[in-house]
Design a binder for this molecule. Structure first.
Ligand code: SF4
Length: 454
């Protein structure tokens, strides 16, 4: 296949060459990257805060990623589901958008009474040089709520820079609330966005273990919880690509330790609970015994059905292309649990150490790719005769055009795939798509038929 000269070092085939993958850099011009922009990185991290106002300062097109496309569930307020935008036009570009921003913020805060407001800078705002900080400061003084600029101009880096901008905005909130009353046995859940109710499932596990959850950042998030998050005893960080900066600064500033966890797949989910129980062993009596019981009970419920899917999926081949590399680790393990081989894995924002770990995890011959594009992905899928592609909204059409089963593991999904119950959902979904009779009708179909559905 043809890989652009500038991208040759961003593709690695395990076993064929020394590992020296290039990553964490601007996308190559002309490669039609699958990667989202800086603003999008900030938006996916902050939007789940349900009682905050989220205002996109820019042209209306930047606001097109609405809640309906990239949703996050809330158990209470639904303000985050609105897409507010200053809708900058040609005249605003000439005259500046600060007045428009001031007017929009004032109107929206008066009408919706949010607990805080986030203002996202887009490309054009960076170009015309609006002083978003100053407008936010002024509105905050006038309206008496935190109004937080998010420096997420789309052109100024990669999606990863958007994560960092989101963390910087969150750090202006953390520490502004009263932490008295927060238990010594308390945690913050960082890096789950409650796309399909995952935070509720994970939260229940921790509560059954005897822990208190101070803040969920940001899935089903609340401004007041985040303001007192510095009172918690431990930060549990999933999606470390997006939330590690927040965790590190909270450690430096407030002395809160953090642990990286993943809630996808049986091994990683269990490990997250065991590690957390070990951390609180001297604080919460009986926590480790309760955790063992919890895991045992959950596994008894899900394993028999998963074993059935494993029989039917054994030997099938999978490819993964996701936003953050950390999720890919868990997916490789979860697929292995279903008897499947991961023959291609990549991410939009992985770091060198992430890819090294992926290389360790994968079998010989696996393709590891950073910041890929549709042409490359299509040819990898065809070359490796993949049965299942796991990705997000931009990867779905690639799979379907090639007649390959697809599992959405990104912000667009509506089915919880985290936790023990989520692993069962994942197995059902993988089996459902890989074994679907619809693939018999595609050009590549008959050769790759799976065992018939029950
Ligand atoms: S790249 Fe710039 S113009 Fe495009 S969506 Fe992102 S912020 Fe908006």
């Amino acid at each position: 296949m043809h890989i652009l000269e500038e991208r040759q070092r961003q593709v690695h085939r395990k076993g064929s060459e020394p590992f020296d993958l290039d990553c964490n850099k601007q996308s190559a011009a002309g490669s039609v990257s699958q990667r989202a922009c800086v603003f999008c990185g900030s938006r996916v991290v902050l939007y789940p805060i349900a009682d905050a106002l989220h205002l996109v300062h820019g042209p209306i097109g930047c606001a097109s990623y609405t809640w309906d496309i990239r949703g996050a569930l809330s158990s209470g307020p639904q303000l985050h589901r609105n897409s507010f935008c200053t809708d900058l036009k040609e005249l605003d570009v000439i005259q500046g958008g600060e007045k428009k921003l001031h007017k929009a913020l004032t109107q929206l805060i008066v009408e919706h009474q949010p607990k805080a407001a986030f203002v996202y800078s887009t490309c054009i705002v960076g170009v015309i040089g609006d002083d978003v900080e100053a407008v936010c400061r002024q509105i905050s003084a006038e309206q008496g709520i935190p109004v937080l600029p998010v420096h997420s101009e789309g052109f100024k880096g990669t999606k990863r820079d958007g994560y960092r901008a989101a963390c910087e905005a969150l750090l202006k909130l953390v520490g502004t609330g009263d932490p008295s009353g927060v238990s010594k046995a308390s945690i913050n859940i960082l890096g789950d966005f409650n796309l399909a109710g995952e935070v509720w499932m994970i939260r229940k596990y921790y509560e059954r273990m005897g822990l208190e959850v101070t803040a969920t950042i940001t899935g089903d998030g609340r401004v007041d919880d985040i303001r007192r998050a510095h009172g918690a005893a431990l930060n549990l960080v999933q999606c470390s690509g997006s939330m590690m900066h927040l965790a590190k600064v909270m450690k430096d500033r407030y002395g809160i330790p953090f642990r990286k966890v993943s809630y996808f797949g049986i091994e990683d989910m269990s490990q997250a609970l065991y590690d957390t129980a070990a951390h609180f062993a001297g604080v919460v009596p009986g926590i480790q015994e309760r955790t063992v019981e919890l895991v045992r009970g959950e596994l008894q419920y899900i394993l028999p059905e998963i074993a059935e899917y494993r029989k039917r999926l054994a030997g099938k081949k999978a490819a993964i292309y996701v936003g953050g590399a950390f999720k890919a680790f868990s997916l490789v393990r979860a697929l292995r649990h279903l008897g499947m081989d991961t023959v291609m894995v990549g991410s939009q924002t992985g770091l060198k150490e992430d890819y090294e770990e992926l290389r360790e995890l994968c079998d010989e011959g696996a393709i590891i790719v950073d910041d890929s594009n549709p042409l490359e992905l299509s040819s990898f899928l065809s070359e490796r005769q993949v049965d299942l592609f796991i990705g997000g909204v931009k990867e779905r059409p690639i799979a379907y055009k090639l007649g390959i089963g697809f599992c959405d593991h990104n912000h667009e999904r509506k089915l919880a795939l985290a936790g023990f119950e989520g692993m069962l959902n994942f197995a059902r979904e993988v089996y459902g798509t890989v074994a679907s009779p619809v693939w018999r009708l595609t050009p590549r179909g008959s050769a790759r038929e799976a065992a018939p559905c029950r």
